[in-house]
Design a protein around this ligand. Structure first.
Ligand code: NI
Length: 172
């Protein structure tokens, strides 16, 4: 499972609407997902969408382990989510700092739905149906945005809410 090059903001492939997956449980899908995990782990990402490695299909992966050094970050189960549908629960929004492997070195304060139901399929075609909130909901919204050609800087209310990591978080 080779790692793949992650496309960076400005590459036209990142701004396309990705196509739904039609066939599950195939060697092609398995190898795409294996490459995505290898790439995400190598780059310490919390999630990755197939368009970020140049594959215009509706496939995202994500997952964050619990880390005792960062108790404020809620763990998110390792998930393969295909052909996702999002359904916000309520109208409550929450601001949070986001980064992206396609926007290296930058962070932005983005408003997302706090509570969310998401459905879709895993790589075997088994249905997924979860109701989540907070950081988990944020990660899913960020990744699914990639499938519609949206990068987090396009969600900023104010360009001043975008900055370099070392300037925003000098203690990290
Ligand atoms: Ni991203």
């Amino acid at each position: 499972m080779p790692t793949r090059r992650v496309l960076k903001m400005g590459d036209p492939l990142l701004y396309r609407k990705a196509a739904p997956v039609e066939n599950f449980n195939t060697p092609e899908l398995d190898s795409l997902i294996a490459d995505m995990f290898a790439t995400m782990v190598e780059q310490n990402g919390a999630g990755l969408a197939a368009p970020q490695i140049g594959v215009s299909q509706r496939v995202v992966i994500f997952g964050v382990e619990s880390n005792p050094r960062y108790p404020e970050v809620e763990p998110v189960p390792t998930t393969v989510l295909i052909n996702p549908q999002l359904e916000p629960i309520g109208e409550e929004m929450e601001d949070g700092w986001e980064g992206c492997l396609s926007v290296p070195g930058l962070r932005g304060l983005v408003s997302r739905y706090k509570n969310l139901r998401y459905t879709g399929f895993d790589q075997q075609g088994k249905p997924i149906d979860r109701t989540v909130s907070g950081f988990h909901a944020r990660v899913v919204q960020h990744e699914v945005d990639h499938l519609d050609g949206i990068l987090f800087p396009m969600r900023l209310r104010d360009i001043r809410l975008l900055g370099f990591e070392e300037a925003l978080f000098p203690d990290l």
